[in-house]
Design a protein around this ligand. Structure first.
Ligand code: SAM
Length: 238
């Protein structure tokens, strides 16, 4: 991951920065997502979980659970016989979640507060670019998954075409922060959405992400991009 000196200086600074902006704009997150997040809504998240192999009865860990938008869909899929645990460093984001049956824990992807081989399925929704060291994170994901457990990462990827990239940049860096300002309660929310594009541009490219997943002990690593921007990374714990 490339560092963004206009926001933070190093890995520790990135952790502090993301925790602060998500804590302070948490009460706006679901509303902005619902109004303006073109396609990353509940139906897309549920379909992506199913494509990733989620099934009734599985024990799921949703890392970067935030307000619970991925976890809510996971709960619907696993049903009464399964379970979903969410983990996130932002107490503010998790405080917005009121999902029945969702267990929450405070913690970071880099040091998950769970025993080895605790889960059948691990999801991470739209947080890859907020992490500083993917090698550490993917080794941690492998550690908490049972052998054969499934991994699903969702992320927005910079489009390859110059025109598409320019259109997305204009929307995410210009239009979305302005729209967010109209509906936000927190003064930090527009800044969070401006940071979104910068973090998408600074994110490691798909090839490097796939290589890091494989190096951490996963097999069958696959990457699918919908509409040129919605990335899904899938793999199985070896
Ligand atoms: C854009 S939100 C995504 C929330 C949810 N997964 C969704 O799909 O809506 C990103 C989340 O990543 C969390 N996050 C940031 N750094 C993290 C880290 N090091 N480990 C785990 N989660 C982190 C933030 O606190 C925030 O809740």
């Amino acid at each position: 991951m490339r560092t963004l000196p206009q926001y933070y200086a190093d890995a520790e600074g990135k952790r502090r920065f993301t925790r602060r902006v998500f804590d302070s704009s948490a009460s706006d997150y679901d509303r902005v997502d619902r109004l303006f997040a073109f396609g990353t809504g509940s139906r897309y998240r549920r379909q992506a979980l199913l494509r990733g192999g989620l099934a009734p009865g599985l024990r799921v860990l949703d890392v970067a659970v935030g307000t619970g938008l991925v976890a809510r869909e996971a709960l619907r899929v696993v049903g009464e016989s399964g379970s979903v645990v969410g983990v996130d460093p932002s107490a503010g984001m998790m405080a917005q979640s009121s999902l029945r049956g969702l267990a929450l824990a405070r913690g970071c992807a880099e040091a998950l507060p769970f025993a080895d081989q605790s889960f059948d399925f691990l999801s991470l929704g739209y947080a890859l670019r907020h992490l500083a060291d993917l090698e550490i994170v993917f080794r941690e994901f492998r550690r908490v998954l049972k052998p054969g457990g499934r991994l699903l990462l969702l992320e927005i990827t910079r489009p390859e075409g110059r025109v598409a990239a320019a259109v997305l940049k204009t929307y995410l860096r210009g239009v979305l922060p302005a729209l967010a300002r109209l509906v936000a309660r927190s003064k930090d929310t527009p800044g969070l959405y401006r940071y979104y594009w910068d973090s998408i541009e600074a994110c490691a490219p798909p090839g490097r992400i796939m290589a890091s997943i494989a190096a951490a002990g996963f097999t069958g690593v696959a990457h699918h991009v919908g509409l040129g921007i919605f990335s899904e990374y899938r793999a199985s714990a070896a």
